[in-house]
Design a protein around this ligand. Structure first.
Ligand code: GAR
Length: 189
């Protein structure tokens, strides 16, 4: 049976696309059974085009965060995933979600954790003046980008890099790394 994936996104969904491409190419024995987002996300269109179920669960200002967290756990759980992937999902999940999915919930981050956690990993690395940064795939725990590291790869910072050029080069590596991690997960599962 292919690995059942639920992918959570907030943005363009190019990491999601890398998973879909590998599945379509027959190099990843998995199926994206649903894609969830916390708002309008370009990446949802990629899924809809392929007839994959999507759902949107916004976390609005002033909203009860634990109710959102429980609802997210319920929505994702309805698809009975083997693995949940945060692929550019810019929200921190809470205890209700982790109670169900801890150990089968991974995230990918555009920096070499534990350096530069948070929402601006690329910007923060540039501001710090590092010459090497990269990306990290890790198991999500209750902290912000603190969970056990599964895989990392470095990317050189070039002298004329800005946030956009550097992030784009990181994402090229990140897409391959994420697919490799999921492939290994399948093998070892
Ligand atoms: C990726 O670089 C991912 O690491 C980052 O968002 C990008 C999503 O790209 N996530 C974070 O920064 C989480 N802290 P995509 O929308 O093109 O897949």
């Amino acid at each position: 049976m292919p690995l059942r994936l639920v992918v959570l996104i907030s943005g363009t969904g190019t990491l999601l696309q890398a998973l879909l491409d590998a599945i379509q190419a027959g190099t990843l024995d998995a199926a994206v059974v649903a894609v969830g987002a916390d708002g309008a996300a370009e990446g949802l269109v990629r899924a809809e085009k392929l007839g994959i179920d999507t759902f949107v669960l916004p976390l609005r200002k002033g909203m009860d965060r634990s109710a959102w967290d429980e609802e997210l756990a319920r929505r994702v759980g309805a698809y009975d995933p083997d693995l949940v992937i945060s692929a550019g999902f810019m929200k921190i999940v809470g205890p209700a979600f982790l109670a169900v999915f801890s150990g089968r919930f991974i995230n990918t981050h555009p920096a070499l954790l534990p350096s530069f956690p948070g929402a601006h990993g690329v910007r923060d690395a540039l501001a710090a003046g590092v010459k090497v940064t990269g990306c990290t795939v890790f198991a999500v725990d209750a902290g912000v980008d603190t969970g056990p590291i599964i895989a990392q790869e470095s990317v050189a910072v070039l002298p004329d890099d800005d946030e956009e050029t550097l992030h784009e080069r990181i994402k090229t590596v990140e897409r391959r790394l994420l697919v490799e991690v999921v492939r290994k997960w399948r093998k070892n599962g």
